[in-house]
Design a protein around this ligand. Structure first.
Ligand code: ADP
Length: 153
């Protein structure tokens, strides 16, 4: 059976940290679905189409990657699509605490769903989409934090 991983997130916008985790996970899986969750309670800086377009451009030459959007519970979406693995990145102890609870809750709901964690590369571990958004809002040089395809007019 093909090993398929789901990498869920907001990607508002995709950063070098996200790209690093995805690229390093590629040898582990047959396919990686980058899944942009749409949460009606959240407000985003960039609309969904823009976030999808940026990610598609980053991985345009990578046949093992697909970009999808979803609503609702990540674990339910994974089950509906016969996905066995969730992929998450860990930057620091607070990511670990947060991710541990989510992974354990997901496994309680879907016992076959295994979460795989990769440690972020040290040079990207300080990058978060929220910091990048703050830099963008204030006109700073966001380009050092994001892949080249993320360009704001
Ligand atoms: P969320 O909406 O869940 O906060 P994000 O889009 O911020 O989603 O992140 C999605 C995934 O990418 C999470 O597993 C997160 O830990 C990981 N991630 C975010 N930033 C980095 C980074 N700089 N290095 C490694 N992983 C990261």
């Amino acid at each position: 059976m093909a090993k398929i991983a789901l990498f869920p997130g907001s990607f508002d916008p995709i950063t070098l940290g996200h790209r690093d985790i995805i690229e390093r996970a590629l040898p582990l899986f047959d396919e990686i679905l980058i899944a942009i969750g749409e949460n009606s309670d959240k407000t985003y800086l960039f609309d969904l189409d823009q976030r999808v377009a940026w990610i598609k451009e980053v991985f345009a030459h990578e046949p093992k990657i697909r970009v999808v959007t979803y609503q609702g519970l990540t674990a339910a979406f994974a089950k509906e699509n016969n996905i066995q693995f969730l992929l998450r990145g860990l930057r620091n102890p607070s990511d670990f605490e947060f991710e541990k609870s989510i992974a354990q809750a997901n496994r309680q709901m879907e016992s076959d769903l295994e979460t795989v964690f990769l440690l972020t590369s040290a040079r990207y571990s300080y990058i978060s989409s929220s910091i990048v958004r703050e830099v963008i809002r204030h006109g700073g040089d966001y380009k050092v934090f994001v892949p080249d395809s993320v360009r704001i007019a």
